[in-house]
Design a protein around this ligand. Structure first.
Ligand code: PRP
Length: 214
């Protein structure tokens, strides 16, 4: 039997996913060692391998078949735009992708002025402004602490994830437009779905039952 390899987004989502898997009888004791710096873990009995990747790289590992399946946020799936199957919403990590900024920016947005948009998600921002709103904007890619951009005058607005809204509030910003809702998803490699259909489908359907009960 071949291994089924699952790419997990390092951090809280990996832990939540392992919690779901535990409920369907899938564990990986090797992963429970808090001190380990290892990235790949195996359950020989179940012929499963797990690895921890940077969240934004999960779709890449899955598209190329380095992982048969992966768990990552919809933000990453949309931004990476990879060829893969999106098979199950885990219903966790719920948040929103929004256009945010100071209150004054609302007018400029409304009048379709040429504004500057700072974001970690240039693909999502471009798709929203160009294809949905038909508005020309200048997109500036940042790698984090995006809320800084309108505060220090780098951009008029940002496109970013809003979860509780506290980061915005504490920095004098607000949601101006909502782009889409986000949550954690299971993605599957297209070839693996055919080659290992039985095992992968069973895993997904068992997980679907766990998610439904939440
Ligand atoms: C994310 C996001 C926001 C914040 C939203 O940042 O980019 O900054 O969380 O959460 P809130 O609405 O609950 O305040 P993250 O912590 O991932 O760090 P980053 O600034 O490096 O992107």
């Amino acid at each position: 039997m071949n291994y089924i390899t699952i790419a997990l987004a390092k951090g809280r989502l990996a832990k939540t996913t392992m919690g779901f898997l535990k409920e369907i009888g899938i564990t990986c004791p090797e992963m429970e060692d808090k001190t380990t710096r290892r990235l790949v873990f195996t359950n020989e009995d179940l012929k499963l391998k797990f690895f921890l990747a940077k969240p934004s790289d999960v779709p890449t590992f899955v598209e190329y078949g380095a992982a048969d399946m992966g768990v990552c946020g919809r933000d990453t799936i949309l931004e990476e735009n990879r060829d893969l199957y999106e098979v199950l919403d885990l219903g966790v990590g719920k948040c929103r992708m929004c256009v945010c900024g100071p209150a004054e920016a609302a007018e400029r947005l409304r009048h379709h002025e040429l504004i500057r948009v700072a974001t970690k998600y240039p693909v999502i921002a471009k798709d929203y402004f160009y294809n949905k709103k038909h508005q020309t904007v200048e997109i500036i890619k940042l790698n984090g602490s995006v809320e800084l951009a309108p505060i220090v005058g780098l951009s008029d607005v940002i496109v970013d994830i809003v979860e509780t809204g506290s980061t915005l509030k504490e920095n004098g910003l607000r949601v101006l437009e909502e782009i889409c809702s986000l949550s954690a998803k299971i993605v599957v490699n297209q070839v693996s779905m055919k080659m290992e259909n039985e095992r992968i489908s069973r895993l997904i359907s068992d997980l679907r039952d766990v998610v439904r009960e939440k």
